[in-house]
Ligand binder design. Structure first.
Ligand code: ACO
Length: 363
């Protein structure tokens, strides 16, 4: 029997991450998500994921230094962003600029690919507003520099910590659609740039990484906590899905949702964002969970990573049309790690299909 959507099919062995959908647990290279978010910056999780997958010795300090230098060098590509490229949605514009990174399977290519979306997304967003892009500062951490290139201001400690928590939380997540795409391309030895381009193309779909923008639309549509149930009921009556809820693997709450909810609290508590948004989000979450239980009693549907992502990225100053691009900045390291694991350990991925079309006429 073919499994639609390859549900429950094991298509790879990995030492990178484990998603336990029944327990609501995520492990990244032996470390639980909660511990990782509490102790790591983006550069730490990059070192953790990439360790042993390249010839080079990899540690967080060297990754930070190399990412800084790569960001500075990649800024030259921003000048190639013409009107046609800037008319694209931000994630598509970033993908087009990413295609300028030469393909390769070495660590230098991996570094360039991790640095590229961090430079291109803020630059594209500024150019689309008619503002000059801001040159990278190689001395900063990846998160601090992204926020500085986005807003033109040195971020607060809470903002940098918030973005680090986000990038760490979404760095890797088993064999999701974009990671599978990355591994399929890697299995042909096409190169890391090709893997990342395929992965970002899979990520942008609303059933995968394209949901947090619509989550914010939903929050705005509901407006006040007391409107939540009526607004959501109407959406479900129209056959719509509630964005930020449901997951193929998790049958309980997505552990990343609470990691992000914890990460955003210091930003709201210190008055750097409107605290009323958290109350609104919590009211919508409660109403949505009650309604989904009533309407889909046989399908456990709970909050997923995209829900609090929307609140966090909004509070950090990212426009909602850029959220998928920020997701790509964080997930690129996971895509690269999986691509390398596939290249080092795996064979060409080439499954079979069953033909169910017409047969030629027997003459
Ligand atoms: N709102 C309302 N109903 C839902 C939702 C939702 N968010 N999610 C699933 N359902 C319903 C479906 O309509 C379906 O009902 P039916 O059997 O009566 O037709 C049932 O639950 C099962 O849905 P599937 O699509 O088979 O579940 P699947 O595992 O394929 O989908 C997915 C997972 C795509 C995430 C889905 O829950 C969804 O569309 N959620 C909203 C979009 C979203 O939040 N995407 C981000 C996911 S997180 C990530 O990828 C990073």
């Amino acid at each position: 029997m073919m499994k639609s959507g390859l549900e429950d099919v094991i298509a790879a062995e990995t030492k990178l991450s484990d998603v336990d959908g029944a327990a609501g647990r995520l492990i990244i290279r032996g470390v639980s998500l909660d511990d990782l978010v509490a102790t790591s910056r983006f550069e730490d999780v990059a070192a953790l994921l990439l360790d042993g997958l390249f010839d080079e010795h990899i540690d967080a300090a060297s990754i930070r230094k190399q990412l800084g230098m790569a960001r500075a060098a990649l800024f030259a590509h921003v000048e190639t962003a013409d009107a046609a490229l800037l008319a694209l949605p931000p994630v598509d514009a970033v993908r087009a600029l990413l295609a300028r990174v030469a393909d390769g399977e070495d660590f230098a290519t991996a570094i360039r690919l991790m640095a590229a979306p961090a430079v291109f997304l803020p630059a594209v967003l500024r150019l689309q507003k008619g503002e000059a892009p801001i040159r990278p500062d190689a001395s900063l951490s990846q998160s601090a520099d992204i926020l500085r290139m986005l807003t033109g201001r040195v971020p607060t400690a809470e903002q940098t910590a918030g973005l680090d928590a986000y990038l760490v939380t979404i760095s890797d997540h088993g064999l999701n659609a974009s990671t599978f795409a990355s591994r399929v391309i890697a299995s042909t030895h096409a190169g890391l740039t090709s893997s990342v381009l395929a992965a970002i193309s899979a990520l942008k779909g609303p059933l995968h990484g394209g949901a947090p923008g619509p989550v914010l639309d939903m929050l705005d549509g509901v407006g006040k906590p007391e409107n939540a149930r009526a607004w959501l009921s109407q959406a479900l009556d129209h056959g719509e899905r509630l964005m930020g809820f449901g997951h193929r693997i998790y049958r309980v709450r997505d552990p990343r949702a609470d990691a992000l909810k914890t990460a955003l609290k210091p930003i709201f508590a210190s008055g750097q964002a409107d605290a009323g948004r958290i109350a609104l989000a919590e009211a919508i979450e409660a109403a949505a969970l009650a309604l989904l239980k009533e309407r889909k009693p046989d399908r456990p549907l709970d909050v997923n990573v995209e829900y609090y992502t929307a609140l966090l990225l909004d509070a950090l100053g990212f426009p909602r049309n850029s959220f998928t691009g920020v997701f790509a900045i964080g997930r690129t390291v996971g895509w690269i790690a999986h691509a390398r694991e596939q290249t080092l350990d795996g064979r060409l991925i080439r499954p079979q299909s069953r033909y169910v079309g017409p047969l030629p006429n027997a003459a």
